[in-house]
Design a protein around this ligand. Structure first.
Ligand SMILES: O=P(O)(O)OC[C@H]1O[C@@H](O)[C@H](O)[C@@H](O)[C@@H]1O
Length: 279
């Protein structure tokens, strides 16, 4: 049987889910932010920076930041949106035989006044985390209960604990088109992406990909999103991030299912996206 308990992570109120097989997830209400996912064997799968604030003063560096209503600076508002720095509500929990879940929601009344005034649209977000054996599923939805369309972008900015970058690669992206941080658009003509320098790439199509690390092979699947963003800051950019220790860029990669361009959500419509990670 699944067990759901309130806990704290740093100074943040959080929800801890333990599945029948021992898999665990910890999600802070701040950002509906998944901070830890351990499979039944006790192995941590996510990276969290040793320098990140964990007091609600700033977005968390690590885990799974939830991006809405804009990706990065692709929109007029806050970089990566306000969802990752807002307090969500725990609105569901449960499970059946093999799976257990917790669900979180965010609506305008949950926002700090400055964000509500800056983005005055009716919206309802839900995010469900489901543990199912050695897999984690994130079901994300954005609903427009208002009378006017609004533009939005979304992503699940997943930071994977890779042990060491030297032993890490991503396969499944050969022949896929990407745009890099110099704004060059190319087609990847080699089978596996290795991390020898900074990478900040947006792959335009959405095949499933495989993350290979020294200790694990993770299969990543997405539905409803439109890109994979692959990010590791490299040594120089990492040194400029105050919420990341200088050498920690060697310990993670971000692989993010995303819908990076802001597109309208019609009145009454709902967008849904799924991200599944299997070990
Ligand atoms: O520092 P932030 O706001 O969490 O963003 C981290 C990174 O997020 C990635 O998704 C972007 O592609 C990068 O360009 C960005 O640097």
């Amino acid at each position: 049987m699944a067990v759901v308990k309130m806990t704290t992570y740093g100074e943040l109120p959080a929800v801890h889910l333990t599945a029948a097989d021992g898999a665990q997830a910890t999600v802070s209400l701040f950002g509906a932010h998944l901070l830890s996912w351990k499979t039944g064997d006790g192995q941590e799968r996510l990276f969290v920076s040793s320098k990140t604030p964990l007091d609600g003063s700033k977005a968390i560096r690590g885990g799974v930041p939830v991006i809405f209503p804009q990706f990065n600076v692709r929109g007029p508002g806050l970089r990566h949106g306000f969802a990752r720095i807002s307090n969500w509500r725990l609105t569901g929990q449960g499970g059946d035989g093999g799976s257990s879940y917790v669900e979180f929601s965010l609506a305008p009344q949950d926002l700090a006044e400055e964000h509500r005034l800056a983005w005055p649209h009716a919206f309802a977000l839900t995010l469900r985390f489901t543990l199912h054996g050695d897999a984690l599923e994130m079901d994300y939805s954005a609903h427009n209960p208002g009378a006017q369309p609004f533009p939005f972008g979304v992503a699940l900015h997943t930071y994977y604990d890779v042990g060491h970058l030297d032993a890490t690669s991503i396969s499944g992206l050969r022949h896929q088109q990407y745009t890099d941080h110099h704004n060059n658009t190319r087609v990847q003509d080699y089978p596996a992406l290795h991390f020898t320098e900074k990478h900040d790439r947006m792959y335009e199509v959405t095949p499933n990909v495989t993350l290979n690390t020294a200790n694990a092979t993770l299969r990543l699947e997405q539905q409803g999103f439109e890109q994979w963003v692959v990010w590791n800051p490299g040594q120089e950019d990492a040194a400029a991030l105050v919420d990341l220790a200088d050498e920690e860029y060697l310990n993670f990669v971000c692989i993010e299912p995303a819908r990076i361009h802001q597109q309208p959500l019609a009145a009454g419509a709902t967008w849904t996206g799924k991200h599944k990670i299997s070990v």
